[in-house]
Design a protein around this ligand. Structure first.
Ligand SMILES: [Zn+2]
Length: 361
């Protein structure tokens, strides 16, 4: 059973509405104990009557000053960082957003510009989060195309600024995340215990062939989860996760297609052993249970299957705000049948609290 605390509060408010207040009277000091109830607008999520502080790990923003530095202008509604998003969070029952910025532009930047852009973004994001410390935490930007610099930026962002990790693309200018050139970055992420959120940037190599053109937004609908699938597969099969077993990696969009067809990953090297040249410490699918995933799979059946493959403790709520893929991320978790209270609490916010280093209330 789950209880929506807003409904509960609504009932209390309704009952209180019948009471005649005398707070305007003279000398009725006891009336102060019965203040007029304010309009309850913030949705407070609860599981079996117990309040859960929910966390959205997948929420985007842009920093206008950094965009200006790169000569680009973002016009998507809600993308600019600002206080207005709190209203949406209140409506949807999101208590905390982990804000991040997609590396669409600065992955092409030379070290000088990349340094400036990333510094500006991380500092502005930190400033904004500090204004609302109970509602926002930040994931840093890093210039992954310059791996040593990216490692340095991750250290600066987490230690000096207090950001909780970083968002990176699923590849960087055609380089796989498992490329040994990126080992300094992974080593630093592991050392810091920083959450690395892998967010796909599409599959430009396939888009270039024209195969994702036409109706259906396929460059995104297929291209994004495909890139995540490729990125995670390389991290597993090239032995990156064996080399850095303490990494805390969260994959966007439920891990793309990988958890949907995971068992095939175990059969490739069994079927074609001469085509495999890296010996892994575990079965490929076992690595799926040490990664984290957002809950953006849309249906109860999708969530049930993801849980079956990776475990409920590995799933964290994500909305992709301000892109309106969903407005019901909380209900998706509350309403999926067959889950324990502990499962729901973990996905709504419990696991994200640990990953992001958010102190319990
Ligand atoms: Zn996104």
């Amino acid at each position: 059973m789950t209880i929506n605390r807003r409904q509960l509060l609504g009932q209390v408010t309704g009952a209180a509405a019948g009471i005649a207040f005398t707070s305007c009277g003279f000398g009725h000091h006891h009336a102060a104990a019965q203040p007029a109830a304010p309009a309850v607008r913030r949705r407070e999520v609860a599981v079996s009557g117990k309040r859960v502080r929910t966390v959205d790990v997948h929420a985007h923003c842009h920093i206008p000053e950094a965009d200006a530095l790169m000569g680009v202008k973002q016009t998507f509604p809600g993308l600019m960082i600002g206080d207005d998003r709190i209203k949406i969070m209140d409506e949807q029952g999101i208590d905390i957003e982990a804000l991040s910025i997609n590396p669409v532009f600065w992955y092409k930047a030379d070290p000088d510009l990349a340094r400036q852009v990333v510094k500006l973004q991380n500092e502005k994001l930190t400033e904004f989060c500090a204004k609302h410390p109970d509602r926002f935490v930040g994931l840093a930007s890093v210039a992954l195309q310059h791996p040593e610099l990216a490692a340095e930026q991750l250290g600066d962002a987490t230690k000096r600024l207090g950001l909780r990790g970083a968002l990176i693309g699923g590849s960087v200018n055609g380089m796989e995340l498992a490329d040994p050139k990126l080992h300094p970055f992974w080593a630093k992420a592991e050392e810091l215990g920083a959450l690395i959120f892998i967010h796909p940037q599409g599959t430009p190599e396939i888009e270039a062939t024209g195969r994702l053109k036409g109706n259906g937004v396929l460059g995104n609908v297929i291209g994004n989860p495909l890139e995540t699938t490729i990125a995670l597969s390389h991290l597993i099969f090239q032995g990156t996760l064996d080399a850095y077993p303490g990494l805390k990696i969260c994959a966007a969009h439920g891990g793309g297609y990988l958890p949907s067809y995971a068992a095939r990953s175990d059969q490739g090297c069994v079927t074609f052993p001469t085509r495999c040249d890296v010996t892994l410490k575990k079965k490929p699918t076992e690595y799926l249970r040490q990664l984290y995933y957002d809950s953006m799979v849309f249906t109860s059946e999708g969530l049930r299957h993801l849980i079956a493959e990776v475990g409920a403790d590995q799933i964290v709520m994500g909305t992709d705000y301000p892109f309106p893929w969903t407005t019901t991320a909380v209900d998706h978790i509350l309403n999926t049948p067959g889950l324990s209270d502990a499962d729901r609490v973990a996905m709504l916010g419990g696991t994200a609290h640990k990953l992001l280093g958010i102190k319990p209330i």
